[in-house]
Design a protein around this ligand. Structure first.
Ligand SMILES: [Fe+2]
Length: 399
């Protein structure tokens, strides 16, 4: 049956077990109304009458019915107009149209408009009862079908939500795993502690300025965070050597890009990020290593990384010098546009206020042990509405 009003909801299957349906008879001939009501009541239905369509509309708004038997020709609003209104407002309400003998075509038209059946006057009461039963059975099946569809949709939505949660958990596990790898490298290479995290944030800030899509930001975050993971394969004597490296040692040190690539390229979720690891030491003018790529042969993530890496290296203390101011780093980066760096990336870098870089660095320093979850925090920040906020610093706050 239907509740009051016309809200879109699936009605209960009508009528309830053991209870006959409620029927509204609409006819301007009082005798027909009485005749139909008497017979339908005898059949166990609950019956009400309206002498014209306007009265029927009011009753429908106030009461619950399962079926309408309406005359086609009535003063004022016709039975066909009432049918159209019922189909819109009460789509699951069964409707049987009664027509005069001359109106058979209109009766067929009524069925096209959604009537369950039509009856031709003079009415045969047995025929009316049979028609009512058929119409109610048809409506019952339609409602059951709709409920079945609703249940299926609900199940699909529920499964989709569960799948999304599972995917998020897997993604988080991925990021925590690679954050642990990055942390392992930092334990060996004390000099660059915090470097990977800072560079990752710097990269994301520039990448957002270049309007990179979220999926690319994710790749850039992973690639820049693990850029030096290959240093795990470099002997301590070289990695931690305080003096200048010999030519042979430099060559060995440079293998870290390929070692890192080989280490992660076979891990499916890191394959795109592996390209950044392999090419993070390339230079825009082709004088970098290991492949000597130039210009746009170098993945965008690596061209962004080159700027971020220099920014962090110059503004960090080294055994042989103290940190330089951001202005000096900025000057160096701008001076190297078109040589070491992609000029487009440099332009975006220049458009970002110095305070942003200071803020990223400050927050990273205040929480040096932001730990393994740092990268997971960065990645989850990518999904926030509007992408990463200023300096992507929310990731540090989360840890
Ligand atoms: Fe490197």
């Amino acid at each position: 049956m239907f509740g009051r009003g016309s809200g879109k909801r699936t009605p209960r299957i009508m009528p309830q077990k053991g209870k006959k349906a409620r029927i509204l008879v609409v006819d301007d001939e009082l005798a027909i109304c009485q005749l139909l009501c008497e017979r339908l009541t005898l059949e166990g239905y609950e019956c009400a009458t309206s002498a014209h369509t306007e009265a029927a509309r009011l009753r429908l708004a106030e009461e619950q019915f399962d079926l309408i038997i309406s005359d086609l020709r009535m003063p004022g609003i016709s039975g066909l107009d009432l049918l159209k209104e019922v189909r819109t407002k009460y789509p699951h309400l069964a409707f049987v149209m009664c027509t005069g003998e001359d109106d058979v075509r209109v009766g067929i038209e009524s069925m096209k408009q959604g009537a369950s059946d039509y009856l031709v006057k003079p009415l045969q009461l047995d025929g009316v009862v049979a028609s009512v039963e058929r119409a109610l059975e048809k409506q019952r099946l339609q409602i059951e079908l709709q409920r079945h569809r609703d249940r299926l949709e609900e199940m699909v939505e529920q499964r989709t939500r569960q799948l999304q949660v599972a995917i998020r958990r897997i993604e988080q596990t991925y990021d925590e795993t690679l954050a642990a790898l990055g942390a392992a490298l930092e334990l060996r290479d004390i000099e660059t502690q915090g470097h990977s995290r800072r560079v990752t944030h710097y990269c994301l800030e520039i990448a957002r300025g270049l309007h990179c899509p979220v999926e690319e930001l994710r790749v850039i975050a992973r690639g820049s965070f693990l850029h030096d993971i290959g240093k795990i394969g470099i002997p301590d004597a070289i990695l931690l050597k305080p003096d200048r490296l010999s030519e042979e040692e430099t060559f060995l040190m440079q293998t870290h890009a390929r070692i890192g690539y080989e280490l992660v390229c076979r891990i499916a979720f890191l394959t795109p990020a592996a390209q950044i690891i392999l090419t993070h030491q390339e230079r825009y003018d082709g004088t970098g290593y290991p492949q000597g790529l130039r210009g746009e042969e170098i993945p965008l993530g690596s061209r962004i990384f080159a700027v971020a890496d220099t920014l962090d290296a110059m503004t960090s203390d080294r055994p042989y010098r103290t940190s330089l101011p951001f202005s000096a780093a900025s000057e160096e980066i701008v001076g190297q546009a078109g040589r070491q760096f992609d000029p487009d990336v440099v332009r975006v870098f220049q458009s970002i206020p110095e305070e942003v870089w200071r803020k990223i660095r400050r927050e990273a320093t205040e929480r040096p042990q932001s730990g393994i979850a740092a990268l997971a925090g960065i990645i989850s920040g990518l999904e926030a509405p509007g992408g990463l906020s200023l300096a992507a610093t929310s990731a540090f706050r989360q840890n």
